[in-house]
Design a protein around this ligand. Structure first.
Ligand SMILES: [Zn+2]
Length: 113
């Protein structure tokens, strides 16, 4: 399962941060884009399983979903997409660059010293 290996990587990364600061992880904050290929609910349940027996057993996973945003130079504006069937500007249909929505990153690790 895709989300399980991601959960394991998040736990490893947060464990390393905590070890460097000689503290205990209270919470891990992650940003998950709608186009990242990761389902937030699946990641949350994978994390709940994966943290057992690790230093993060008591640490909460806080998922911040990120919507897909394209930047349209024709309109011009940044617009949030509600459907991702086509990555085009919802106003003019112009194919544009995705500026947000592919994120899969740790934004913060809360450590208790
Ligand atoms: Zn447009």
């Amino acid at each position: 399962m895709h989300e399980l290996s991601i959960a394991v990587s998040l736990i490893e990364a947060a464990t390393e941060v905590a070890a460097n600061q000689s503290g205990i992880v209270r919470a891990v904050h992650v940003r998950v884009g709608a186009l990242s290929g990761v389902v937030a609910e699946a990641l949350a349940s994978a994390y709940t399983m994966a943290r057992i027996g690790t230093p993060l057993e008591q640490a909460e996973l806080v998922i911040e979903p990120v919507p897909v945003v394209v930047e349209c130079r024709r309109c011009p504006a940044k617009r949030e997409l509600l459907t991702f069937d086509a990555l085009v500007c919802p106003i003019c249909g112009n194919v544009e660059e995705v500026v947000r929505g592919r994120e899969l990153e740790i934004t913060a690790v809360e450590i208790e010293e």
